[in-house]
Design a binder for this molecule. Sequence first.
Ligand SMILES: [Zn+2]
Length: 431
Amino acid sequence: MAEQSLMDKIVSLAKRRGFVFPGSEIYGGLANSWDYGPLGVELKNNMKQRWWKRFVHEWDDMAGLDAALIMNPKVWEASGHTAHFTDPLVECKKCHARFRADHIDVREPCANCKAKDSFTEAYQFNLMLKTFLGPAEEKANVAYFRPETAQAMFVDFKNVLDTTRRKLPFGIAQIGKAFRNEITPGNFIFRTREFEQMEIEYFIKEADWKESFELWRKEMWGWMTDELGLKKEHVHELEVQDGDRAHYSKRTIDFEYDYPFGRKELYGLAYRGDFDLKNHFKEPPYRDAETNELSYPHVIEPTWGVDRSVLAVLCDAYAEEEGRVVLKLKPRLAPYKAAVFPLLANKPELVQKARIVCAELKKHFMVAWDERGNIGKRYYSQDEIGTPYCITIDFDTLENDTVTVRDRDTLKQERVAVVDLVSYIAGKLGV
Ligand SMILES: [Zn+2]
């Protein structure tokens, strides 16, 4: 499969089957905004729910948070975003196209209009998305949509500590949207101005940072391979070198994925020292229960991009084999866990029985219904969206209350009693 054509196929499938639509499409779209459709929202929600279960509910010392998207602008002054959260920008004097100066060779002609020597000097462009609170558009009312979820976990540190009585080490976890006024968004849902993060700030004693960093490195691999099912050979660790790391970080690893358009960042893991809490708290906010000593805890920060996860999973799961397109999604992530078909749509007794089976399954799982065309076409349609199990109600069902369950990956068919269907599927999903 040619590289570019794989990306085209995924974008086309995503639109055709309702995973991801171009945003505001009937108005000609809006630069790189995308809407998650009926199946995309299920895939994304399954991912977020698995993450929350794995890292908040199943973890001993994690607290959740859901903070406001717009915070007091003083937060961004303290964190350094107002002064330093910038990208170098150049503009073509002829066509006014704008580019990241660090993404292009400014000695080359403009990629948009082919003009030579047409670029302005690079200047620093702040990536925070600005808005105004209240009716007056004046400087005093300027606010920003958060450019990352992280700062809320630092700003709320003491509130979480006081209400949960945690002791180090402990973490605060959050899933939510963040906004960056990217100069050049692109590559489908890879780089967008509005995106979603799953993030943890894990607070530790300074002496424990190396151990904690290794713990989270393993956890992130576990997430990528066990939960998302990404092929190990498609993920690479990039040790970020001294000059490229934030000045406060003693160690940062980028997890990169082999997207069809190249090897690019998927997740990040950083040791941020005590930089963030010191920015926000004049007094050390943590008191050790045994020694009564006040301190600034240090922090390990694993960050997961939700949209990049969706894209990596789609790329990894997409396969063409034996005349079919199949999304080999982990069954737990698949939008539909099962599809129910009456063998023939014009036999009321089959349809009626299939409706009963479908209604029962729907109490437990997200289930699709299909009675169009023949069984082969229905299988094809479900394979393309990654539905792991297809259940057919036939004339034998009316005799002995069993159904055919067909497996998406092995194509094997099994006869299963209707009364056992829920536990059969639950067992396969591991839930
Ligand atoms: Zn130009």
